[in-house]
Ligand binder design. Structure first.
Ligand SMILES: NC(=O)c1ccc[n+]([C@@H]2O[C@H](COP(=O)([O-])OP(=O)(O)OC[C@H]3O[C@@H](n4cnc5c(N)ncnc54)[C@H](O)[C@@H]3O)[C@@H](O)[C@H]2O)c1
Length: 276
């Protein structure tokens, strides 16, 4: 292996990935496994975790493991840490990727995504997963890494950590103004909060060799309606949404020694959307 390839090598490293049963969680796990690391999938969806762990282990020949864990519960995260140490003996990487992506169904009279109708319970649930869950996982796994020679934390933010949602792209024809759907306020708050958490933890653990960075992906193409895709891609200099595997390179970069002099920053991978 060349010296350059060594920088990206994750052989022997164990990476905990929250939201591992989701769309991008699987891609992060593939990236880790392809670089030689061992992914640990964490999600509330037990069956999908089990299926993905089996598929990853077979495809990449790595001892991937998974566990149903609610990251809003500190005791469950502690139990997960104990199990990972028991089964794999080390923890090197944490990717805080889980998020609440609730379907904001509209009733006949109210669209709950809109700020004036957004339920407090939804606000609390979204913050609990996206922000409190990332804080709790960082606390449990970051403290472990800080006491064991170092490690890496990657917080999955969004282009909407840098810019406001352009609510025009979510509009639906023929729907009255007060019923038009919007990107919920919690999305911006959670993603901006993750960038703040990144800076805090990066400076807090710098002397313990725990590097902490964020990644801000743009939207991934996943079969969204064509009119929405057109409106969104008009806002993106590269003129398209991301392919599903297009963040794998950035994830390996941030998790590996290739980014050894980076901490406290936010790697924006958004097709240029936030530069306009
Ligand atoms: N998909 C995109 O276009 C896109 C773009 C930018 C940023 N992101 C961010 O990337 C991350 C992954 O997005 P995705 O599209 O894969 O979302 P997804 O909804 O497919 O995956 C999120 C996963 O988090 C899990 N989860 C929810 N609550 C949990 C809890 N309490 N404990 C443990 N797991 C829990 C869900 O079960 C789900 O599997 C999110 O943070 C999202 O905001 C996604």
């Amino acid at each position: 292996m060349t010296e350059l390839a060594n920088f990206f090598d994750l052989t022997g490293r164990v990476a905990v990935i929250t939201g591992g049963a989701g769309l991008l969680g699987e891609q992060h796990a593939r990236a880790i496994a392809a670089a030689g690391g061992t992914p640990v999938l964490v999600d509330i969806q037990q069956q999908r975790v089990t299926e993905r762990v089996a598929a990853l282990s077979q495809e990449y020949g790595v001892p991937a493991i998974g566990r149903a864990t609610d990251i809003t519960k500190e005791t469950e995260i502690e139990a997960l840490r104990a199990e990972v140490m028991d089964r794999l003996g080390r923890i090197d990487i944490l990717i805080n990727n889980a998020a609440n992506n609730p379907k904001m169904e509209a009733s006949t009279e109210v669209n709950f995504s809109r700020l004036e109708n957004f339920p407090l319970a939804q606000w609390e649930a979204d913050i609990a997963v996206g922000l409190t869950g990332a804080y709790l996982c960082s606390k449990v796994f970051g403290c472990h890494m800080a006491s064991n020679g170092g490690g890496v934390i990657v917080n999955v933010a969004s282009d909407l950590a840098l810019i406001a949602p352009d609510q025009r792209i979510y509009r639906q024809p023929g729907v009255p103004e007060h019923m038009q759907p919007v990107k919920p306020v919690t999305y911006s708050v959670v993603k901006s909060g993750l960038v703040g958490l990144t800076r805090y933890l990066a400076s807090y653990w710098a002397d313990k060799k725990v590097r902490v960075n964020a990644i801000s992906p743009g939207g991934v193409y996943n079969g969204q309606p064509e009119d929405f895709v057109v409106r969104l891609t008009n806002l993106i200099p590269l003129g398209r949404m991301a392919a599903i595997n297009e963040y794998q390179g950035a994830i390996v970069f941030l998790c590996s020694d290739a980014s050894s002099y980076m901490t406290g920053t936010n790697l924006v991978v958004d097709g240029g959307r936030s530069c306009w």
